[in-house]
Design a protein around this ligand. Structure first.
Ligand SMILES: Nc1nc2c(c(=O)[nH]1)N[C@H]1C(S)=C(S)[C@@H](COP(=O)(O)O)O[C@H]1N2
Ligand SMILES: [Mo]
Length: 324
């Protein structure tokens, strides 16, 4: 299909926000092996009743499970020792190495911008009403490695709705904590800072409300390790890993597409949308293949990381080469 001429003059803010996919539709796919619903009781009381301390690896109460792939789940060791988290350094081993310096509790999140319920919310305020589900999702990085991860969390949209975003809110911006005393990578100054802190990411409102986008607070049934984004991080499984921002301290509702950290660092390499797309290569390498951690042979990368059936409609009519 060719690119419509009207496409060329559309600004991101003009792009149609699609309807949220109803749960019944996205669960219809054969690959979703199990998707136990939340029990009414658990949903009413919330399941997050543990004393939060990510470094203690406490057990979470999991009330539902959604498995989105037949592929083998990656080992806990791989998920917690091979990380991208520049706040701790640029090497994949750095986050695990320096994680103990970081204190994920107490924590609070500031909510700002175009919503009726702005304010500063403690971690407990944030988590209390949400029942925790396990979501086994693929994570695919621009560097062409991937993993299958059993995240524990709840839909991002359920959280955002609590702040009552206004109709003018078209995008939502997320910011990571800036805490150089506890984050070794943020202390690096020479020859220059690794990135311009704080780390920022953003989603279009309809992407953020999609039921596959979650706030993760755990891994393998336990509280989230620091290197994976404790105490709370985003997981957006159809986008490259860098969109899944860790250690969130600020959520801001805005009417214009926000700048994001990687767009600031290298705008020709990292677009705002960053949907996993085997047909749009990174300027330096192909994005059509990936290597699952622990495997030798590469496998083909799937459009939208295998979640096309659930999310492709969000981008109907958009030229995904232009909005990469
Ligand atoms: N704050 C922050 N969030 C971040 C990053 C980062 O450097 N800083 N790296 C991103 C990238 S590139 C990836 S691939 C994922 C990795 O998540 P994981 O380490 O839990 O696998 O985190 C993302 N979230
Ligand atoms: Mo990544």
């Amino acid at each position: 299909m060719g690119m419509g001429s009207d496409m060329l003059i559309r600004k991101p803010s003009d792009i149609r926000s699609s309807e949220i996919t109803p749960k019944s539709t996205y669960l219809g796919r054969r690959e979703f092996l199990q998707a136990a619903g939340l029990t009414a009781a658990a949903a009413a009381t919330g399941a997050f009743d543990v004393d939060l301390d990510a470094q203690q690896r406490q057990k979470l109460t999991i009330v539902g499970r959604m498995v989105t792939t037949t592929d083998t789940i990656s080992p806990y060791d791989a998920i917690t020792t091979y990380n991208n988290y520049y706040e701790f350094g640029s090497d994949k081993a750095d986050p695990a190495k320096h994680a103990a310096e970081f204190k994920p509790t107490p924590w609070s999140v500031t909510v700002e911008g175009l919503c009726n319920k702005p304010g500063t919310y403690t971690l407990e305020d944030i988590l209390k009403p949400h029942a925790i589900e396990e979501r086994v999702y693929r994570l695919r990085c621009v560097e062409a490695w991937s993993m299958v991860i059993p995240w524990d969390g709840f839909p991002l949209g359920d959280l955002l709705k609590r702040f009552e975003p206004k109709a003018e809110a078209k995008f939502v911006e997320f910011t990571t904590v800036n805490r150089p005393t506890e984050m070794a990578g943020q202390r690096i100054r020479f020859p220059k800072p690794l990135i311009l802190w704080p780390y920022k990411e953003g989603l279009r409102m309809d992407e953020a409300m999609h039921p596959l986008a979650i706030i993760a607070v755990g891994l393998y049934g336990e509280t989230l390790p620091v290197q994976d984004g404790a105490p709370l991080r985003l997981v957006v499984p159809w986008k490259y890993g860098f969109k899944s921002i860790k250690a969130i301290v600020k959520i801001r509702f805005v009417d214009k597409q926000p700048r994001t950290s990687w767009m600031e660092e290298a705008p020709t390499w990292y677009g705002f949308y960053a949907n996993v797309n085997p047909n749009v290569d990174h300027p330096e390498w192909t994005q059509s293949r990936e290597r699952r951690l622990g495997e030798i042979r590469q496998r083909p990368t799937l459009p939208f990381n295998g979640y096309a059936e659930q999310v492709a409609s969000l981008y109907a009519g958009m030229d995904l080469r232009r909005y990469f």
